[in-house]
Ligand binder design. Structure first.
Ligand SMILES: [Zn+2]
Ligand SMILES: [Zn+2]
Length: 138
């Protein structure tokens, strides 16, 4: 599994002549440990607990920068952007009761047609599976 690491971000920072600010580091550390695909607002809230002066712009810019550098993935659900530190190919499961977004291993659904009726050729795919999560079922 390819996962966001502090080392890869440090490499990126050095390569671009930037600085590893405490805020950037806090954002990366929060994302590394977040299993629930947090929104930008959740990242902002968490980072603000450690660095109360962190601006919304800093968080949004850093998330965009990490996304454009392919160190995190942005997924959309109901028009809300969520961020994922797991950049290996995988699917998502979304609970219709609590809204939790969970990772599903790619192997669980690994087959789709290589060619579609519209004459498109499929190179890759990710799926969003919906239903009730284990917690909401019990
Ligand atoms: Zn649920
Ligand atoms: Zn994911």
């Amino acid at each position: 599994m390819q996962k966001l690491s502090l080392e890869s971000v440090e490499k990126l920072v050095r390569g671009q002549g930037l600085k590893m600010t405490p805020q950037r580091q806090a954002i990366v550390e929060y994302l590394q440990n977040a299993k629930h695909h947090p929104t930008a607002e959740e990242v902002l809230g968490a980072v603000n607990q450690r660095f109360p002066m962190t601006s919304r712009a800093t968080v949004y810019n850093t998330l965009n920068w990490l996304k454009e550098s392919h160190l995190i993935i942005e997924i959309f659900e109901n028009g809300v952007a969520r961020f994922d530190p797991n950049t290996s190919q995988h699917h998502h499961f979304i609970c219709r009761a609590c809204g939790t977004v969970e990772d599903v291993a790619f192997e669980v659904v690994s087959q789709v047609p290589q060619h579609l009726p519209g004459n498109q050729q499929v190179d890759s795919f990710e799926m969003t599976l919906r239903g009730l999560c284990a917690h909401c079922r019990s």
